[in-house]
Design a protein around this ligand. Sequence first.
Ligand code: SF4
Ligand code: SF4
Length: 69
Amino acid sequence: MISVTLNKERCKGCGLCVEVCPKQLLQLDAKTTNDKGYHPVMITDSGSCIACCSCALRCPDLCIEIREV
Ligand code: SF4
Ligand code: SF4
């Protein structure tokens, strides 16, 4: 099983990870604001993640961790 961990407090809502996900599983959560004042990233269907790690590699703030558990 693939585990996707998103550090929502560190996220600055830049959307770079959203753009690179080949499965279009990531989006910015308009309903949530973190302590920095940004809408953080969320995953819509973690069960469809293929663990390509594109999002984790693209995030400049190291907010995303992909693991096989
Ligand atoms: S690891 Fe790949 S498929 Fe999974 S959320 Fe990140 S970019 Fe999308
Ligand atoms: S690339 Fe990183 S900082 Fe930017 S939205 Fe995605 S998780 Fe947040």
